[in-house]
Design a protein around this ligand. Structure first.
Ligand code: ZN
Length: 378
């Protein structure tokens, strides 16, 4: 059987893209935001302030279509820490394929004609360059767009869980989207703050490392870790997206936008959105499609529940404690004058980690309840 002609393929991608842009993204995000509101109305109405705005904490992260800082396409997303719903995302592109292949030759030939063409091109909705700047600054730009739009759906993202990158947070502080009386605060990602060292150090190095350990156990830093939140949900969303449009292939803005929309839909509500998109582009949905989607959803929920089960959790905690014990024994065995200090610091750290684990347990319970209440078919 002959393969699909490139033009046919492009026209299909175009059709899916237009459908995603015009209706699917909006309905998907509106649904997530409505579910977020329902959750707080039922479980934590205190988070809804007198001015009718909901204050929430979110984990934020960005990703690029290509490694290094040369990528022309990138995106940023925010995931609410209690419900683990993707509340908003933004795909950015430094590039427009049509401008490169059609616009540029025209510009060289006839600048006036090009100007007129560009206006039409932008109006048609096919212009895909929506970001000016360097690839390295994309994450920051994405955060500014997302935070800038948050009040539109009556939310204040006043707590941001992020990695060590202070650039984005600084930009948000300067933007001050909610005014001086509602500053955006930063909560450290627990994974970034408490990764245990994988090797033991000799006494000279240990002396230099000591300040870092001291910093890790500083009360103000631990306070910022109290939510026990991490960016791992964002990382898992990223892997879902890049599985749908692999980085080693050429990925244009349209493909990334489609993949991101589908991945967010799957992340938030299972296979429902994929079916919505299929019917929007004229594909018939039959019982087999529905059953396959539901089967995937059931498997996903079962996997999540297995990971949340007490036995699995106890196994993980035992492993963590054994590791901490091994570390202490290793340090003590080396027996220099610096070591007792390190043992002391490590113990304090272990205690702090346990405290965090307790907070997390409480949160995990909420997530577990949420997973169970996701109705497979809505
Ligand atoms: Zn263009």
């Amino acid at each position: 059987m002959p393969g699909m002609h490139l033009k046919t393929h492009q026209s299909h991608v175009e059709k899916i893209f237009m459908s995603v842009q015009s209706t699917i993204i909006d309905s998907e995000l509106e649904d997530a935001q409505a579910r977020l509101w329902r959750h707080y109305e039922e479980h934590n109405p205190a988070a809804i302030r007198e001015d009718g705005i909901l204050n929430v904490a979110l984990s934020f992260d960005g990703s690029w279509a290509k490694r290094g800082h040369t990528s022309k396409i990138g995106f940023a997303s925010v995931i609410e820490v209690m419900t683990r719903l993707v509340i908003d995302f933004h795909v950015m592109s430094l590039f427009c394929q049509i401008c490169a292949t059609t616009g540029e030759p025209l510009r060289i030939k006839n600048a006036k004609e090009y100007e007129a063409w560009l206006v039409k091109h932008k109006e048609s909705g096919t212009f895909t360059k929506n970001y000016e700047g360097s690839s390295g600054e994309m994450e920051k730009a994405g955060a500014l767009v997302i935070w800038g739009l948050s009040l539109k759906y009556k939310c204040r993202f006043n707590m941001m869980v992020g990695d060590g990158d202070a650039n984005t947070f600084l930009a948000l502080t300067n933007l001050s989207p909610y005014g001086a009386e509602h500053p955006v605060q930063k909560e450290e990602c627990v994974n970034h703050e408490s990764d245990p060292p994988s090797t033991f150090l000799n006494s000279t190095v240990a002396e230099h490392v000591r300040p870092i350990y001291e910093r890790l156990t500083r009360p103000d830093l631990l306070e910022r870790c109290l939510l026990g939140a991490t960016q791992s949900a964002n990382k898992s969303l990223h892997s879902l997206i890049w599985a749908k449009c692999p980085k080693h292939n050429f990925t244009g803005y349209k493909r990334v936008q489609i993949a991101t929309t589908l991945a967010v839909g799957e992340f938030n509500a299972g296979s429902v959105l994929t079916r919505q998109l299929m019917s929007a582009i004229g594909c018939r949905i039959n019982s087999v499609t529905v059953e396959m989607g539901c089967k995937r959803d059931r498997q996903r929920i079962a996997r999540a529940e297995e990971a949340q089960r007490d036995v699995a959790k106890q196994r993980r905690e035992k492993r963590k404690l054994a590791q901490a014990k091994r570390q202490q024994e290793g340090v003590a065995a080396e027996g220099s004058s610096v070591k007792p200090m390190l043992v002391d610091i490590l113990t304090r750290r272990a205690v702090n980690l346990l405290r965090l684990t307790k907070v997390r347990k409480h949160l995990d319970h909420d997530v577990h309840v949420k997973r169970r209440t996701i109705c497979v078919n809505k």
